[in-house]
Design a protein around this ligand. Sequence first.
Ligand SMILES: [Zn+2]
Length: 109
Amino acid sequence: MTDISGLSADFFTLYKMKQERSLIMQNAKDLLNKGLILDNAKAYLTDPNMLNAAVHNSLKDSFGSYVCPDCGIEIKNKKWAMLHKKYHDAKREFKENEAKITKLRPYVE
Ligand SMILES: [Zn+2]
């Protein structure tokens, strides 16, 4: 049995881990498929070690879930929620910059 971060490896824990794992994996797929995460953060959702860490963290800190006020997606991991927030921040910033550039150089193609 691998390290499960101090949790006792009884049946219930294993069952919970399995359930949590499938929720987390599905959540990662959703975020990736819908493109709701920045490219430089994708490793958090694809690297097997990072995914394992995410499952362990969500079992440990009972984060529950975060529902994004911008796009409504539900996120099961605290770190991912932060990464997803950065995605919206970056998008907003990009739009603002684009608007500024258009104002400054109206005839740019
Ligand atoms: Zn969102």
